[in-house]
Design a protein around this ligand. Structure first.
Ligand SMILES: NC(=O)c1ccc[n+]([C@@H]2O[C@H](COP(=O)([O-])OP(=O)(O)OC[C@H]3O[C@@H](n4cnc5c(N)ncnc54)[C@H](O)[C@@H]3O)[C@@H](O)[C@H]2O)c1
Length: 356
């Protein structure tokens, strides 16, 4: 990716580290719709960032930005941001189908790029951007926000420490009523979250994808069930749905020794670890199977509360200042896009197995 080495996620990104003026990264943000204001608010709060410009083609969006950030340059023309000599990095917070074009132009103009999930609309586009960034020694970070949440960082720590034992499964549910998107299916809208978390937690690389789903309203799938097969009998399942009467954000990760449940809607105790398991011993043949169930303690590890996006954006600026590749770089974004493409292909063919 770049001449710098890959940077693993810092415990609490660079807190307390001394800063030189040259470490301050000058950023322009394109897209101030639903998610853009969160990016802008967090960038504005960071000492390592100078928020130079906010761009949105919709003047009403810029009016909102002008009230919140009076000193920041506002423009409806993205070219002004992409070509400005006063900007080092661009955040692309626009609809998915615009990511490739805007990110490409940003890289061509020598800017580092923070791009929303999903990285691009196709793996070919992602590969091209990765190659372009490498050639120009620029960073790409894909906004896989959840990887920077206290809960996912804790889960990663627990899984990597071997507390759950060898993994059996990863099962994630992300359902609610809406927000319907017009340009992408629920697979491209919601599943990037679960697939990026899965990609981060499970070290093995997936072997095959199967997806089913249905379109009820506007021509794109509004519910989908995605299964991902890994080596070593690890299986992952992701349920995403815009037509659910209730909001659920829950992930179960089962291992041989322990099982974990993450409920992101809980204010406290988001993660619970169950000392539960099943042991099979067979004496002679299947009829003599001895099944023993273990049901021990349950505990809830403490998770850090810092806003994930703040941790992530600080990490982005830090990777630029230190010339290091972020762990959620273009290559990580590409892995997720490949899974999304395969899931969409499988879904269209009613659950065809797509080998990766
Ligand atoms: N990481 C997360 O948790 C998270 C959450 C929500 C959305 N997102 C992602 O953020 C991106 C934006 O989603 P959203 O919900 O904010 O969409 P949105 O439609 O609400 O906002 C997009 C904004 O971009 C502007 N825009 C589009 N093309 C432009 C262009 N060429 N030049 C200037 N402005 C342009 C639009 O006017 C609009 O205001 C999507 O990729 C989405 O997947 C990520």
């Amino acid at each position: 990716m770049s001449s710098g080495s890959a940077s693993s996620m810092p415990a609490e990104v660079n807190q307390g580290a001394s800063r030189r003026a040259s470490d301050v990264v000058r950023v322009g943000v394109i897209g101030y719709g639903y998610w853009g204001p969160n990016i802008v608010r967090n960038l504005h709060s960071l000492d390592s960032c100078e928020l130079v410009a906010v761009c949105d083609k919709n003047p009403a969006a810029l009016k909102r930005a002008s009230r919140a950030y009076p000193g920041v340059k506002l423009t409806t023309d993205f070219a002004e941001v992409l070509t400005s000599p006063d900007i080092d990095a661009v955040a692309v917070v626009t609809p998915v189908w615009t990511h490739y074009d805007l990110a490409k132009q940003a890289l061509e103009n020598g800017k580092h790029v923070f791009v929303e999930k999903p990285f691009t609309s196709s793996s070919a586009q992602a590969e091209e951007l990765i190659e372009l960034a490498a050639r120009k020694n620029l960073k790409i970070m894909v906004d896989h926000t959840f990887l920077f949440s206290g809960a996912v960082r804790k889960i990663k720590e627990i899984v990597d420490a071997g507390t759950l034992g060898p993994l059996y499964y990863f099962d994630s549910t992300r359902v609610n009523l809406g927000l319907f998107q017009h340009d992408v299916s629920v697979v491209w809208d919601l599943a990037p979250h679960d697939l990026s978390i899965m990609d981060y937690i499970i070290k093995e690389r997936p072997e095959a994808v199967v997806a089913t789903g249905a379109k009820h309203l506007n021509g794109v799938a509004d519910m989908a069930f995605i299964t991902v097969y890994f080596p070593g009998n690890i299986i992952a399942h992701v349920n995403v749905n815009w037509l659910s009467p209730v909001k659920i954000r829950s992930t179960m990760i089962g291992g041989r020794d322990k099982m974990l449940v993450w409920n992101d809607l809980e204010a406290d105790e988001k993660i619970k670890i169950y000392d539960k398991g099943v042991q099979l011993t067979s004496a002679e043949g299947v009829y003599d199977l001895l099944v023993s169930y273990r049901s021990g303690d349950v505990w809830a590890p403490r998770c850090q509360q810092t806003e994930a996006l703040k941790v992530e954006l600080e990490y982005f600026l830090d990777c630029i200042a230190r010339d290091q590749s972020p762990m959620n770089d273009g290559v990580a974004g590409l892995r997720v896009v490949r899974l999304l493409e395969s899931a969409e292909t499988s879904l269209q063919a009613r659950g065809k197995v797509i080998e990766l």
